[in-house]
Design a protein around this ligand. Structure first.
Ligand code: HEC
Length: 148
């Protein structure tokens, strides 16, 4: 028993040292992204929409895995594609925050989803997958630039 405790203790020491090292390294960590200046309630709504976007991406991946390309395209178009309502929403948010780049990055995502829908509808699997990666990178581009 004593031996076991000793072994556990020995295993924990490096882990604790590692954690301490990490905390130490965190002292200089700064989030350099631009803070979006929008009201708290709007942030809640935006994040809700974002979680829905993530769920949509998962649905698209599942449908592609099953070879249901046309359906994947429809899901992309309907949930992430360019539609007047989303364009207006993006534009309003960008104006409120005084961040034209937010609108530009948002539109890049919607337009990439349209492109994915087009390839999927033509059942071009390779191009659809390539565009899916590009679509995810349009999400990443905005996340790199802005935060709440
Ligand atoms: C135009 C900008 C923009 C685009 C494009 C964008 N996001 Fe976001 N997203 C944000 C911002 C801003 C946040 C809030 C980050 C924070 O909490 O600081 C966010 C947060 C999130 C979150 C976290 C939600 C939560 O509950 O904390 C997820 C998940 C997410 N985005 C998924 C996506 C996915 C998937 C896409 C692409 C299909 C995407 N986003 C495209 C701006 C964007």
């Amino acid at each position: 028993m004593k031996k076991l405790l000793l072994i556990v203790a020995m295993l924990c020491v490096p882990a604790m040292a590692g954690a301490q090292g990490m905390m130490h390294g965190m002292k200089d960590v700064k989030d350099e992204r631009t803070v979006l200046n929008i009201p708290p309630k709007m942030k809640v709504m935006q994040k809700r929409m974002m979680r829905k976007h993530m769920a949509t991406v998962a649905t698209i991946v599942s449908l592609l895995a099953e070879g249901r390309l046309k359906e994947a395209g429809r899901v992309a178009k309907e949930n992430l594609g360019t539609n007047p309502q989303d364009v207006k929403r993006c534009s309003r948010m960008a104006k409120m925050a005084g961040e034209p780049d937010f609108f530009r990055l948002g539109m890049a995502m919607h337009e990439k989803a349209d492109e994915l829908a087009m390839h999927a509808d033509r059942e071009h699997r390779k191009m659809t997958l390539k565009t899916l990666a590009e679509l995810i990178n349009t999400c990443n581009a905005c996340h790199e630039r802005y935060r709440h």
